[in-house]
Design a protein around this ligand. Structure first.
Ligand SMILES: [Zn+2]
Ligand SMILES: [Zn+2]
Length: 293
């Protein structure tokens, strides 16, 4: 299995001289497993990825969306294979929690005439939509994809991808669940049980992955101002990797205003803090970085 990062930035694309080394595109990960092409999220990184696909078109392409926030779907209308006859584009993701509409809702909303000149009905590829429920397992050839509900302001599915005994897990956007009550308040225990159950469900799916790619948007200091925004920290990601027995951790969803130099600084500080009993590798995700598993 080969994994390649095409977008590692959170919230909004951030091109410019300060982000050249790690890249400015928002979330997109390419996975090659045998003949299968699987893409996790359609942030702006999916556009440069699509430019590399021409020699192998037409083909089947499987895109799994973690959630519908802009930074994870903004590149979808610019994914060039959707305009080319003969391609089969399979889009997977959660139903919209507000409208209860399926994953086709994404293109329906994005490809409206006010925002984009081509409508969904005018796409030339064969479009296939599959809405997923947490815990559901999808088989793409010999690749097994399992989804689990993470913790974010909208429904966010984390995906475990397995092929020939190797595995990776991508959290999408995720904040470790925390207790909304104060100790001693009536519902404190109820929340504690809920957190334990939720954490156990997520950890079970992540167990012993070879590669864990996780939302490490904030430093621990920044998190104090941003609790409830739906993102993790370097420290929480390292703790999670340790808990689930991941072999390699890649921290992603970099803050858009974080320069390359600052990114390396806060990351190194976090690793130094946590490294005492760390028996796995940890790295910053970087646009263009390719991992062989
Ligand atoms: Zn995001
Ligand atoms: Zn989000």
């Amino acid at each position: 299995m080969q994994i390649k990062f095409w977008g590692v930035r959170g919230s909004i694309p951030s091109p410019g001289p300060n982000t050249v080394r790690y890249g400015g595109n928002t979330t997109c990960i390419e996975i090659r497993a045998g003949d299968e092409l699987i893409i996790l999220d359609g942030g702006t990184g999916i556009f440069p990825l699509s430019q590399t696909l021409f020699p192998e078109l037409p083909r089947h392409i499987h895109i799994f969306i973690t959630h519908s926030h802009w930074d994870h779907i903004q590149g979808l209308p610019f994914f060039v294979p959707i305009f080319i006859p003969g391609n089969d584009i399979h889009l997977y993701g959660a139903s919209d929690p507000v409208t209860q509409q399926g994953v086709e809702h994404l293109y329906d909303v994005q490809l409206q005439y006010s925002y984009f000149p081509i409508r969904e009905a005018e796409l030339n590829a064969n479009m296939h939509y599959q809405s997923l429920f947490p815990g559901e397992v999808v088989q793409v050839g010999d690749v097994t994809i399992t989804c689990v509900l993470m913790n974010h302001p909208v429904t966010n599915l984390g995906y475990r991808v397995e092929y020939q005994g190797k595995s990776m897990f991508f959290t999408g956007d995720h904040e470790p669940p925390y207790n909304l009550c104060k100790p001693g308040e009536e519902d404190w225990d109820v929340y504690e049980d809920l957190i334990q159950q939720k954490t156990q469900d997520m950890d079970t799916i992540m167990q012993n992955v070879d590669v864990l790619i996780a939302d490490a948007s904030y430093t621990t200091d920044e998190y104090g101002q941003k609790q409830g925004w739906g993102h993790g920290t370097y420290d929480t990601c390292i703790a999670m990797a340790k808990r689930v027995g991941a072999k390699q951790l890649y921290c992603t969803h970099h803050e858009p205003m974080r320069s390359d130099d600052m990114l390396e600084k806060v990351f190194e500080e976090a690793v130094a803090r946590c490294s005492l009993d760390m028996d796995f590798g940890v790295q910053l995700a970087k646009e263009g970085l390719t991992i062989q598993v």
